[in-house]
Design a protein around this ligand. Structure first.
Ligand SMILES: CC(C)(COP(=O)(O)OP(=O)(O)OC[C@H]1O[C@@H](n2cnc3c(N)ncnc32)[C@H](O)[C@@H]1OP(=O)(O)O)[C@@H](O)C(=O)NCCC(=O)NCCS
Length: 139
């Protein structure tokens, strides 16, 4: 495999999410260990919900990364899901998906929680705060 072949294999492009991407997103979600998003019907509902902005990174027609955020369209967004297949990491895909969320939502800032992607978020302009995920009171 030449360097050029490798570059071609790794070429990707970003696209706004459509329901045609739902099963590809579910496959990536399963691979990164997110079972709650590993069902295409759930992905279609979550990624097209009111206020949601979602995009995918494609290698040819294969989904290799995705992002979903919720926003008021003016000030604030919450980044709910961002993942890239392990085989396609460190090529700037997550960075570009994040940039796309800012552009598509018009938000001035994005809040999120993370348990294992500190290195990625620390590479972006940021402010550290403390985050919580809360659950229904009877759970
Ligand atoms: C976090 C994640 C989305 C990053 O995707 P990615 O496409 O590899 O990220 P990028 O290539 O855009 O990285 C941009 C910069 O972030 C930093 N970075 C990203 N991953 C890093 C790592 N594992 N270690 C150190 N720095 C890292 C680097 O500064 C990198 O720039 P560089 O490659 O030029 O050094 C990906 O690792 C992932 O899917 N992880 C599992 C799911 C997850 O935790 N998602 C976040 C949930 S909130």
């Amino acid at each position: 495999v030449t360097a050029l072949d490798t570059a071609v294999v790794r070429a990707y492009h970003l696209s706004a999410f459509t329901v045609d991407h739902a099963s590809g997103v579910a496959t990536v979600a399963a691979e990164v260990g997110w079972p709650s998003l590993a069902n295409p019907a759930t992905v279609a509902a979550v990624f097209t919900a009111p206020g949601a902005t979602a995009a995918v990174a494609l290698c040819d027609t294969t989904v290799v990364g995705f992002v979903q955020a919720l926003s008021d369209g003016h000030l604030q967004a919450h980044l709910s899901f961002l993942a890239v297949l392990p085989s396609h990491r460190r090529h700037g895909i997550a960075r570009q998906l994040t940039e796309m969320v800012f552009t598509a939502t018009g938000a001035q800032r994005i809040d999120l929680i993370t348990d294992e992607a500190d290195n990625f978020y620390q590479s972006l302009p940021h402010k550290r705060m403390s985050g919580y995920r809360i659950y229904p009171l009877d759970s």
